[in-house]
Design a protein around this ligand. Structure first.
Ligand code: DX5
Ligand code: ZN
Length: 234
């Protein structure tokens, strides 16, 4: 995987919620590729965070690509509001819905990208059938709900499994099937939770190409240095 194909997504959950707009600008100035926004409902996960109004405020403050990670039940009810707020990609959880394919298709009809997230304990057997219906697969490397948790190394095998499934099924960017002679960028496999300069290389080696990082990046005085370390450049 070339460095050019590695995307760094700081998670604003680790930022100062009293200064969300400034934090979004800081992420942009540090050279991040996109911004990750965690939405929690107090039911699917035992924590509460932000809603569409905060996403709209972040969107006004920054021109970054906004990825909204919904850790909520009934995501269908809220998709339209997050799209209006400026989400460029919505990720929802496999474990939170019954009609996965319907919701994947619905988000795409809204004209934005869609991602499907899997908790650490969910078997990788469920992943392959959704590869060509989603723009991205998010493999949680902690149990969702809180920032600052320790990385779960057992997810590494799952990353490898999903990357191999992409090769085997010839799935490239956006879930497109790669035709003979065609070169598509690699499919997006994202990791989220406990990603720092020690765990990022393990994820990348296994096949991840989108790295979400919250507490590691926000505690860096100069976030650009942290981003460089995650890219393997520093
Ligand atoms: C956890 C969230 C993560 C979190 C990552 O449920 O989905 O995005 O912000 O934070 P760190 O990098 O601190 O584990
Ligand atoms: Zn997240």
């Amino acid at each position: 995987m070339t460095k050019k194909n590695l995307y760094i997504a700081p998670s604003i959950l680790a930022g100062d919620f009293g200064r969300l707009a400034d934090e979004a600008k800081r992420v942009e100035e540090a050279g991040a590729d996109l911004l990750h926004i965690d939405i929690m409902d107090g039911h699917f996960v035992p924590n509460l965070t932000l809603g569409p109004k905060a996403v709209a405020a972040i969107n006004r403050a920054s021109s970054l690509f906004l990825e909204v990670h919904l850790m909520i039940y009934n995501p269908y009810e809220y998709i339209e509001r997050f799209v209006e707020a400026g989400a460029d990609r919505i990720i929802f959880h496999f474990e939170a819905v019954e009609n996965v394919e319907e919701i994947l298709a619905y988000v795409r009809t809204c004209g934005i990208q869609v991602g499907l997230a899997f908790c650490p304990e969910t078997s990788s057997d469920f992943v392959a059938k959704f590869l060509n219906k989603a723009d991205l697969i998010l493999l949680m490397t902690v149990n969702p709900g809180f920032g600052g948790q320790a990385f779960l190394p057992e997810v590494i095998d799952k990353i490898r499994f999903v990357r191999e499934a992409c090769h085997h099924l010839k799935i490239g960017a956006g879930g497109e099937v790669v035709k003979k002679g065609e070169i598509l960028p690699p499919y997006l496999i994202e990791v989220d939770g406990g990603v720092d300069d020690k765990t990022a290389p393990l994820c990348v080696e296994a096949g991840a190409n989108v790295l979400v990082s919250g507490s590691y990046l926000f505690k860096e005085k100069d976030m650009a240095i942290g981003i460089g370390k995650l890219r393997g450049e520093v």
